[in-house]
Write a protein that binds this ligand. Structure first.
Ligand code: PLP
Length: 453
């Protein structure tokens, strides 16, 4: 039952609050679900429902909810030094210690980090660094950045321009110039007339073709997520990344690997780049860096870019009031300390990832499911009208959103991206909780099917 307090909050929310990525009018009619409490992998709403958070918030609560150590780290830092900045030749212990820890966990050639307040700001920073790097190298005409259709790199103007989300490009005026997008390695959605391996190579050929079109002396960088998250947990075929790497190396184009979702254990390594054996020049990070407890992001910078910016760049006219905020940095540092001490990343790789993979795959037997895929603790289900042909339901039925809403009723947060259902649970989920997640997902699919027929 909705308490009077919750009813009032819903009313105020409807009257005053514009939510991100939301149809304001439709939400006004439906009203919001108000989340008031959380523990472990569960959240609780104001109506008293306990819900298994299969999305770790927004792919970020890697250590799960209710970690007192993170609360204590924030509280101690708030008391000690609640704010100071990293501008004008100053810094503070949490920023320095976090920088050192991150560079120790990152691939060996990445020894510098620039802090930001979010993943979007990290990608704005990437854009500035990439173009500055080539200007300093005496090749200022190397300006083009190639991203991917349906990639997601944030909501600032630079972030949305680097991303390839068509509906975002259609709103708010022109994108940042000098950014173009190639096809995504989405085998189930776009490549089933070929083997996954041939399709992966074809996607890399699309990169080669775009570079030829633009002129390799004009292309600065390629940006991509190791596994596309917001696009629908798209796991590329095994042939994809080696072929992409080969193209970039041959043309001397920088590689930017957006680790905002895949970083900090999601794929069973500290970074997705390690899983795919990539050697990125820049890695934007955020989300799992602090398990989402406080907002913080950054860009890990590889030696070749860092050395040029340091040795030849002079002042870099870029930075944010909250770059390396001491309280956020202290929480991130504690978060990384706990993840190391508890072996969270190794457990995802050796135990939880393989366990989820077998349990998740069992959902492929469901009449609505064309494919169930996962890697580490990220996974997707493709809802189809016909299992053999992979034909989708009519868009007007919005089956993915229907299933998502049913999931909530069933007690599970699963996100819909079109008719692709996505999970990305906290990395501390247990086997029993994975069983429960899969059982709830099946129940929600059964109910979705029932309402469709
Ligand atoms: N990059 C990726 C891969 C993301 O998934 C996101 C957010 O979902 C961002 C960047 C933007 O991060 P933020 O929302 O912290 O600005």
């Amino acid at each position: 039952m909705t308490s009077p307090g919750a009813a009032r909050l819903k009313e105020l929310d409807r009257e005053h609050h514009l939510h991100p990525f939301t149809d304001f009018k439709a939400l006004g009619e439906e009203g919001s679900r108000i989340i008031v409490d959380a523990e472990g992998v569960y959240i609780q709403d104001a109506d008293g429902h306990r819900i298994l958070d299969g999305m770790a918030g927004l792919w970020c609560v890697n250590l799960g909810y209710g970690r007192q150590e993170l609360v204590d780290a924030a509280s101690e830092q708030l008391t000690q030094l609640p704010y100071y900045n990293n501008f004008f030749k100053t810094t503070h212990p949490p920023a320095v210690e976090l920088a050192e820890t991150l560079c120790r966990l990152a691939p060996a050639h990445m020894n510098r980090v620039f802090f930001t307040g979010s993943g979007s700001e990290a990608n704005d920073t990437v854009l500035r660094m990439v173009r500055r790097y080539w200007a300093l190298k005496g090749q200022p005409e190397k300006q083009w950045i190639i991203g991917r259709e349906n990639g997601y790199h944030g909501s600032t103007v630079a972030g949305m321009s680097l991303g390839g989300m068509a509906p975002m490009h259609e709103q708010g005026g022109p994108c940042v110039p000098g950014i173009t997008h190639i096809r995504q390695p989405y085998w189930f959605g776009e490549g089933r007339d070929q083997t996954p391996e041939a399709f992966g190579r074809a996607c890399a050929e699309a990169l080669e073709a775009r570079i030829q079109e633009l002129g390799s002396d004009k292309v600065a960088a390629f940006i991509a997520e190791p596994v596309q998250g917001a696009g629908g947990a798209i796991i590329p075929p095994d042939s994809y990344w080696p072929a992409i790497k080969e193209v970039l190396e041959r043309h001397q184009i920088l590689l930017v690997v957006d680790e905002v979702i895949c970083g900090f254990g999601r794929l069973g390594e500290w970074f997705g780049s390690v899983h795919y054996d990539l050697k990125p020049d820049l890695m934007p990070i955020a989300k799992g860096l602090s398990s989402g407890y406080l907002p913080i992001g950054g860009v890990l910078v590889g030696d070749r870019v860092a050395e040029t910016l340091i040795d030849e760049g002079g002042e870099f006219y870029h930075g944010f009031t909250y770059s390396g905020h001491p309280v956020c940095a202290a929480v991130a540092l504690k978060n990384l300390e706990l993840m190391q001490a508890e072996g969270v990343v190794e457990r995802v790789r050796d135990d939880l990832g393989p366990y989820l993979a077998t349990r998740w795959k069992s959902l492929e037997s469901h009449p609505l499911i064309g494919e169930a895929r996962s890697l580490g603790l990220i996974g997707a289900l493709e809802i189809v009208a016909d299992k053999d042909s992979g034909k989708r339901f009519d868009k007007s039925l919005a089956v993915g959103n229907l299933c998502r809403d049913i999931c909530f009723e069933t007690g599970l947060v699963m996100r819909s991206v079109g008719d692709t259902m996505v999970i990305s649970p906290p990395l501390v989920i247990s086997h029993d909780e994975i069983d429960e997640l899969v059982r709830l997902a099946r129940e929600a699919l059964d109910e979705t099917l029932r309402r469709l027929t």
